[in-house]
Design a binder for this molecule. Structure first.
Ligand SMILES: [Zn+2]
Length: 147
């Protein structure tokens, strides 16, 4: 597990990630036929990338606000700040999501329409709520690399 603030730091390899997003104001999203309001705050979205360019290409896309909406998460990256990503090379998005099992699900079905295991792939990350120790350690390691 590594933490990256820029897609340039992300390996161009397949794997899974949790995108860290910050919403400054409430925002309505749709997940299939469901609608839900996301309150201002921090969120973690778990996804995976197995195509060309792997994790680096996918995270570069998430970090670019202007794009054609394709996934549920594209609604959110259009308005939220992306503060970084926890990246697990060769990892599994549902395993990352399960590791965040203590965090609330804001909108059922968001990001998980093709997943049979998870109620949603988006979690609210309440201010100060601890993440699993591997995640916290990855973030501390990234901070220590900053100039
Ligand atoms: Zn899942």
């Amino acid at each position: 597990m590594i933490f990256c603030v820029s897609a340039f730091d992300v390996p161009a390899a397949p794997g899974a990630y949790a995108l860290w997003l910050r919403l400054e104001a409430p925002f309505e999203v749709t997940a299939g036929k469901r609608k839900g309001i996301l309150l201002a705050g921090d969120y973690l979205y778990c996804g995976s990338a197995r195509g060309p360019g792997g994790l680096r290409a996918r995270l570069a896309r998430h970090m670019r606000p202007q794009k054609r909406a394709h996934w549920h998460i594209d609604q959110l990256t259009a308005v939220a700040s992306v503060l970084g990503a926890f990246v697990h090379e060769d990892g599994d998005e549902c395993a990352l999501n399960a590791a965040l099992g203590d965090l609330p699900i804001p909108v059922a079905g968001f990001g998980s329409s093709d997943c049979r295991r998870c109620a949603a792939h988006l979690r609210l990350w309440p201010r100060g709520a601890p993440l699993p120790s591997r995640w916290e350690n990855a973030r501390k390691a990234a901070e220590s690399r900053l100039p």
